[in-house]
Design a protein around this ligand. Structure first.
Ligand code: ZN
Length: 274
């Protein structure tokens, strides 16, 4: 063998030995570290306190976000898409479901503040037992802190409603996408709005239900069984309607002072003007 070959073999041998030593050190380190972790787990006073704290604070599990997706079929619809109205429509469909979720989020928020305070107090305040542990074993505190952090609960404390819209032009030449996020405060305001809309609808239905044959007759009789606009009567071949002078949708009531007799032609003309 020439000198060059010997040199190469020596270098390879050194590298192999160095590699093996590194592997052995790493395995040994991991074993020792595992033992240290087990030791800390068995002796940590803070971990016991944290586990008690965790048992005391039960949070509600829920998804952090709700996602809605809309694919629009033309650019105009994409440009004019009204995120607020879309979200409001979703809230109007299930106001109670949204209210429940917000209730859960608010519950978690309020409980979490107290939990966090007490958790941090446990971490910060070293008892005599803790100090004794740290004195006996140098890495105790570092390892303990790692384990303590892993035990911290992180409940969902906000509600994000994400709306994403997309439009792809014909042949897929252009692609548009935009999105918005509403948080629990926005949604809470929308629930109020939804309730207002529901109450308004109920009022309208109520006013409609107040119309009855007796009232109809009273109005017809007062107006002389003829259209108050053009004077047409049933004999002229028109159909007489009872009309709300101020429409129900604008706050008009179903009472005789707000009612008038109109023929179908005049009624049609009036509704076209409104
Ligand atoms: Zn008329």
């Amino acid at each position: 063998m020439d000198e060059k070959a010997v040199l190469i073999i020596t270098i390879i041998s050194i590298l192999v030995i160095a590699f093996l030593v590194a592997v052995i050190i790493s395995i040994t380190y991991q074993r020792v570290h595992k033992k240290h972790c087990e030791y800390v787990e068995a002796h940590s006073n803070k971990l016991v306190l944290i586990s008690k704290l965790n048992a005391e604070f039960k949070f509600i599990t829920l998804d952090r976000s709700v996602d809605y997706y809309r694919e629009l079929d033309n650019k105009r619809a994409y440009d004019q898409f009204n995120f607020y109205n879309f979200m409001l429509m979703l809230v109007c469909e299930k106001p109670d479901a949204f209210a429940t979720r917000i209730g859960y989020v608010r519950y978690n928020q309020s409980k979490y503040n107290e939990y966090d305070e007490r958790f941090e107090a446990i971490v910060k305040n070293d008892t005599a037992e803790d100090l004794e542990n740290y004195r006996q074993f140098k890495s105790f505190k570092t390892i303990e802190l790692e384990q303590v952090k892993q035990q911290k609960q992180n409940p969902v404390r906000c509600l994000d409603a994400n709306i994403t819209i997309e439009y792809t032009s014909p042949k897929g030449q252009k692609w548009y996408r935009s999105w918005i996020t509403y948080n629990e405060d926005h949604i809470a305001a929308m629930i109020q709005e939804a309730n207002k809309i529901a109450r308004h609808k109920k009022t309208i239905q109520h006013e409609r239900n107040l119309m009855n044959p007796g009232l109809r007759y009273d109005v017809l009789k007062r107006d002389g069984f003829q259209c108050v606009y053009c004077g047409a009567t049933a004999q002229d071949g028109v159909k007489l309607h009872i009309d709300h002078i101020i429409p129900i949708s604008k706050g008009g009531k179903t009472e005789i002072n707000n009612l008038q007799t109109l023929c179908d032609r005049c009624n049609l003309g009036k509704s076209a003007k409104l």
